[in-house]
Design a protein around this ligand. Sequence first.
Ligand SMILES: NC(=O)c1ccc[n+]([C@@H]2O[C@H](COP(=O)([O-])OP(=O)(O)OC[C@H]3O[C@@H](n4cnc5c(N)ncnc54)[C@H](OP(=O)(O)O)[C@@H]3O)[C@@H](O)[C@H]2O)c1
Length: 377
Amino acid sequence: MIEVSASNASGSIYSRTEEMMNGEILKFDMGYNSKANMGLKMKAIVCTKYGPPEVLHLKEVEKPTPRDNEILIKIHATTVNYGDTLARNFKDISPRKFNMPFLFWLFAKIYFGIRKPKITILGNEFAGEIASAGKDVKSFKQGDRVFGYLGQNMGAYAEYLCMPEDGCVALKPANMTYEEAAVVPYGAIMALNLLRKMNIHPGQNVLVNGASGGIGSAAVQLARHFGAEVTGVCGTPRIELVKSLGADSVIDYTKEDFTQSGETYDLIFDILGKSSFSRCKSSLSQNGRYLLASFKMRQLFQMLWTSMIGSKRIICAIASGSKEDLISVKELIEAGKIKSIIDRRYPLENTAEAHQYVETGNKKGHVVIILEHNNKT
Ligand SMILES: NC(=O)c1ccc[n+]([C@@H]2O[C@H](COP(=O)([O-])OP(=O)(O)OC[C@H]3O[C@@H](n4cnc5c(N)ncnc54)[C@H](OP(=O)(O)O)[C@@H]3O)[C@@H](O)[C@H]2O)c1
C-alpha cells in the first residue's frame, strides 16, 4: 500500500480525535455530525499504539453519521493485507525496510503518526451494505450492496464507516459474496492501474514476480485477460494457488532463478522489486519493459536513463485507487475474469489473530475478517 499518489477513496475519514485518561480510551470522535451520533455506538478494532498484532483491541466507539454527500456503509467483510500490517507497525519500519524512496517513507511516517498511530481504525478494503445516505447522494440508495477501497485513509475494521459517494466505492459484483468481494479491491485496482500503463497485447509474454500476493494474484489474472501468456513466480507453498489463478507456467523462486531460464518476456512485473534490472535485462525481449511496483531512488534514476538509452526500459509506477478502476474490476469479476481465493476467515474480535497469521507468511490466498451481521449474500 502507501500509494503516495492520492487515492480518491475518501477525503473524509475523518479527523479522529481521542480523549485518553489513564490509558483508557474514553471517546473516539469520528469527526462528523456528533449530535446525531450521541449515544450511538459500534464495535471496532482500535489500535492506539504501534506494535505487534496484540495492539489491536475490540472497542466500542461512536457510530459515524454521514454528511450530506456521504454514505453510511454497514460493513460485512474486510481484510488483512500488506497495508494493514505496515500501518499497524509503522514505527518499526525504517526507510531501508520501506519498499519505496525515502521521501515516500517520510510522507507515510508523518501521515500515519511518528510516535503513535494517527489512524486508529485500520482496514482498507470492505464489502457491505448502504445503511443510509446523506441528502445529496445520487448514485447509491439504502440497501445497495457495495464494495470498495479506502486507501491510506482506512477505517474498515468497524461495523460502520462513512465515505463520500464519489469515493472508491461501487456496487458489489453480483456473482460474489461479501467476503469474496471484500478481498478483491486493493490488489485488483493496483494491478489493473499498473498493467494498463503497459498496454499489454494478446500473445505477449508476461512474468509476474510475487504472483501469490495481493497485487500479483490479480496481475496474473488480468494479464491473462489482456491475452498474454503468463508466468507466475512465487514460493513453494503457493505454486498450486498461482496455477489456479490461470498462470500458464509457475516458477518457484526458492528452486529456480527465472533470469537464468533462457526465456524472454515482453513484460517483467516485479511487485516487491526482489529482482534487479541488470539481472533481468537478458530476460527481456527487444523493447521489453521491467515494471516495478516497489522501488527506490536508484530505480528512478535507472528509469530516466533507460528512457534515453537502449530499447529495454525500467518503469517505476504508482497506482491510484480510482472509482473508475473499481467499476472496471466489478465488470471483470462479473465476466468471470477475476476470482478471489480465501485462505482463512476470522470474526472481527479475532482481528489480532488474523494479523498474526498473515505475518507468519504462510497464507495461501486472502485473509478475510467477517463482521457479525454478515448474511453472506
Ligand atoms: N506502486 C504502487 O502503486 C503500489 C501500490 C501498492 C503497493 N505497492 C507495493 O507493493 C508491495 C506489496 O505488494 P502486495 O500487497 O502484493 O504484497 P503481498 O501480498 O505481501 O505479496 C508479496 C508477494 O511477494 C512474494 N515474494 C516474497 N519474496 C519473494 C522473492 N524473494 N521473490 C519473488 N517473490 C517474492 C510473495 O510470494 P510467496 O508468498 O509465495 O513467498 C508474495 O507473492 C509493497 O512493496 C508496496 O510498497 C506499490
